[in-house]
Design a protein around this ligand. Structure first.
Ligand SMILES: Nc1ncnc2c1ncn2[C@@H]1O[C@H](COP(=O)(O)OP(=O)(O)OP(=O)(O)O)[C@@H](O)[C@H]1O
Ligand SMILES: [Mg+2]
Length: 442
């Protein structure tokens, strides 16, 4: 159950940095502020320029602060799934106290015991997720505190990631003058937050189609069991249009948004629109079908990569089918194309919050929601692992002005896009989760 209070989520995306301020009253989420600033310094989901990223974060945070009428000091920030690994862990301790009543300290100790492992020098533990405790042989306990026992075991999952990604995210947030309250693994938050209990249990695939990368996640038996990152996204579609039609990136983006469709069969070859072409004084006419074929080629390639990895784990047999979200999923025809390629039921997920009914905000809303719902047991286990002090996941609130504010969607400001030299397929990065849970679908 979510606490009451204020939570801020930060999603550092390739195309834009999003910030959401959410106020929870009796577990009810109300979004009271939003910021969305054009990204710079992020390439294919990864921070490549700290200074530029810091500025984008600051712009997005400032917008959200103004709208929410609060000062943001700490944020819950999303971590992409690139090179993410998850392993199960298990620890056991003898309960410490005289009375044998289990305390916070015991929870910390059992989490530490579960983490006696070696991590390669280039990786670090991001978080530990306690799943269940056993007290004197009694299983299935979610929060053992206050119970009496002699022996306690904890079973959980431990997430590790590349030090460099974690470091760069922290560094950018701190340089932007903010404290990292919680580093949230984005696909974990996403699947937790947008799927129904049935979808989590029986198994569902979520594909987050961002600007710079596409992340495929599988949740089954209520656990995130698989992630795969393909470093290709909506910006690649725009680049393709720009190259094929010989027009600027910004023109290509506008064509995609205004006339684009990923499913050529739905379009007409007689509907034409003008395109400003580099080196020509007069615009040329392009038909919708042609534009659609360009778009389809890239989106199909993205989906085929997801399908390839999903086929390896029989993921497409899961009854929940595929749920698409992320900015690039809002392109018309994407669901039809996905349906054809994955040959299973496909839905588009759009957040249902006033002013934020746009899939670009799905991740940041999930990050907030996930952070607000983290349990005390989680925080105890995690602080013992990372050695961090408990930092409030809530921002410091300075004179709330008007909490009845309705957030409204804004296009990110300032389009500064520099095409990369390399413009081919992105490399595939498969989370080791897949190896660990190889037999999950048996
Ligand atoms: N209405 C729309 N139609 C088509 N494409 C859209 C639309 N709205 C946004 N997009 C595309 O969505 C992409 C941005 O999505 P999103 O904001 O989810 O990415 P990001 O989080 O910044 O990037 P990433 O997750 O890859 O790091 C861009 O390529 C943009 O062109
Ligand atoms: Mg994203």
């Amino acid at each position: 159950m979510a606490k009451s209070g204020m939570y801020v989520g930060l999603d550092i995306g390739t195309t834009s940095v999003k910030v959401v301020v959410a106020e929870y009253i009796d577990s009810q989420m109300n979004i009271i502020g939003v910021g969305n600033a054009k990204s710079e310094g992020i390439n294919r989901g990864i921070i490549v320029d700290i200074d530029k990223t810091v500025q984008a974060i600051q712009r997005a945070v400032r917008q959200a602060e103004e709208k929410a009428g609060i000062q943001i000091k700490s944020v819950n920030v999303g971590l992409p799934a690139n090179l993410l690994e998850v392993e199960s862990c298990q620890g056991m301790i003898a309960v410490n106290s005289e009375s044998k009543e289990i305390t916070d300290e015991d929870v910390r100790n059992v989490a530490s015991a579960a983490l006696v492992r070696s991590t390669p020098p280039e990786r670090q533990i991001i978080s530990i997720l306690p799943q269940e405790f056993t007290v004197d042989g009694f299983e299935g306990i979610k929060d053992p505190r206050g119970m009496i026992g002699v022996r306690m075991e904890m079973f959980g999952l431990v997430f590790t990631g590349p030090k460099t990604i974690v470091h760069n995210i922290r560094k950018c947030v701190e340089r932007a003058g903010l404290v990292v309250a919680e580093l949230v693994i984005t696909p974990l938050a996403l699947t937790e937050s947008i799927l129904t209990d049935g979808e989590k249990d029986f198994g569902t695939i979520v594909i987050d189609m961002g600007g710079g990368q596409t992340t495929t996640s599988v949740m089954h038996d209520k656990q995130l069991k698989f992630t795969h990152v393909n470093q290709e996204g909506g910006e690649f579609v725009t680049k393709d249009i720009s190259i094929v039609l010989n027009t600027s990136f910004n023109n290509a983006e506008a064509l995609k948004i205004n006339y684009g469709d990923a499913y050529p069969e739905r379009t007409s070859a007689s509907e034409e629109f003008p395109v400003d072409v580099i080196g020509k004084s007069e615009p040329i006419k392009i038909d919708e079908r042609y534009l659609s074929e360009v778009i389809e080629a890239r989106i199909e390639q993205i989906f085929r990569k997801s399908k390839e990895v999903l086929d390896e784990i029989d993921g497409l047999d899961l009854p929940g089918g595929v749920i698409l979200t992320g900015g690039a999923a809002s392109l018309p025809g994407v669901v039809d194309l996905a349906q054809e390629i994955f040959d299973t039921n496909v839905k588009l997920y759009v957040p249902n919050h006033m002013g934020l009914r746009n899939p670009v905000f799905t991740n940041v809303i999930s990050i907030v929601d996930y952070s607000a719902n983290l349990t005390e047991v989680y925080h105890l286990a995690k602080t013992s692992v990372t050695g961090e002090k408990v930092v409030s996941t809530q921002p410091t609130v300075a004179s709330p002005k008007d909490t009845s504010y309705e957030a409204t969607y804004q296009e990110p400001e300032e389009q500064h896009y520099e095409p990369e030299e390399e413009h081919s397929t992105g490399e595939n990065v498969k989370g080791k989760i897949s190896d660990f849970f190889k037999n999950i679908f048996d």
